[in-house]
Design a protein around this ligand. Sequence first.
Ligand code: NAD
Length: 473
Amino acid sequence: MMREHTELYIDGAWHAPIQESFLELTDPATGKEHVRAVLGGEADIDAAVAAAERAFVSYSRTTPQERIALLERILVEFDKRAEDLAQAVVDEVGAPRALARGVHVPTGRSQIVTAIEVLRTYAFTEMRGETRIRKEPLGVAALITPWNFPILQPVGKTVSALAAGCTVVLKPAEATPSPTFILAEIMEAAGVPAGVFNLVNGLGSVVGPRLSSHPGVGVISFTGSLPTATRVSIAAAPTAKRVVSELGGKSPHILMPDGDVDVAVETALNWLMATTGQLCSAPSRTLVPRERRDAFLSALVPAVEAIRVGDPRDEDTTMGPLVSAEQWDTVQGYIRAGLDEGARLVTGGPGRPPGREEGHFARPTVFADVDNAMTIAREEIFGPVMSVIAYDTVDEAVEIANDSPFGLAAYVTGEDLEAATAVAERMRVGYVLINDAEFDWSAPWGGYKQSGNGREFGPDGMAEYLETKVIRG
Ligand code: NAD
């Protein structure tokens, strides 16, 4: 089925862009054309920002109770469209249906629920002695999102901004636009006032600089790669607007000397392979005690070889394709670099899995005897490729974990919770999961070092859209 999006959502109505053009997208599992999405230009960004500025005048003065009521209506409409959203993620990201329904949709939904909860208790005004301190919405929020989580990222940013009292211009990633067109329909159905939420799909290289440099924008929340974040920050600098960046990772996973190997394997499958490695926080470096390396690999390899790579619409598929031909080429390049630099291939490798000649399917791949200086241990691959690195002492493991330009997430598997927590505290990352713990989607999310700055989700995420004012009198 061909999906077609012909209009942008600006100022509470659907409009053809001022200069019409389209992007045709191909299905990652079949390589066949399946989406035709309209592209906006600079003039559409100007129209959207102007609408958002106009709407800000009254929307910024709404009470938290009014915004709770609005978010509750958005939640009702989101639930009505849950299956459409899941299907769009299956088709465009290539995520298996269970992942789309069980992770992509509920994590997006959780952001709406959290925003409502935050608003129930958040203190927008406090008195410090005679001094009144107010938290006020920053203005128009420009939201620029990546393709890999096209429900969570756009919904999370949008509801945090709306909860804060900001108005929004959303620019989704080119490769997976349909969930955000559905999101705009959700906003319309929920009765979000005109101009409060605007959607401009477009090429990042065309509309991105206009949005980032726009004097009418008060804050940018960007999720994507460091090279793009650099462009956004440079374009934003002359207007001194806040830029929150959520970027890539090369997240370490430390199997402690007393850690349960099965739990470590689960962590690898859930957080790296299930998303075809297309997760910013994927545990792509696994650090194992040298004397336990063979035991770990003996448990890991059969589990990885049991992964069923296939069409995300087939019920028994457990790993879908990569999103695009370009991403497939990138991943192949890294697998070759691993081989060239002397890592030991234990399973997977170059090329497509047998019987998967169409589409962008890669083989779940594990390298052992990886040195942390190798390309595959330093750069974000964004594919189903794991580097296993041996360590001799826990101190050395922490050192290797921190020896990375990134600092997004980390994982620790260990029986002694105190020792595992002590290791977590020493890692320069924004989020650590111990023993495959359940993720808390209302806790602050973000990175250290080149994984970004600022936080999103929950009260800390909303605070990025607020500025502080002092009143004394
Ligand atoms: P990307 O940097 O290529 O694109 C991100 C967004 O920026 C897209 O919407 C794109 O159109 C837009 N863009 C491109 N050029 C622009 C410009 N000059 N000005 C403004 N916007 C521009 O990233 P991607 O390939 O879509 O996403 C993958 C990356 O995102 C990975 O590095 C991944 O780790 C990261 N990511 C991080 C998180 C997180 O929470 N930290 C979450 C998901 C993905």
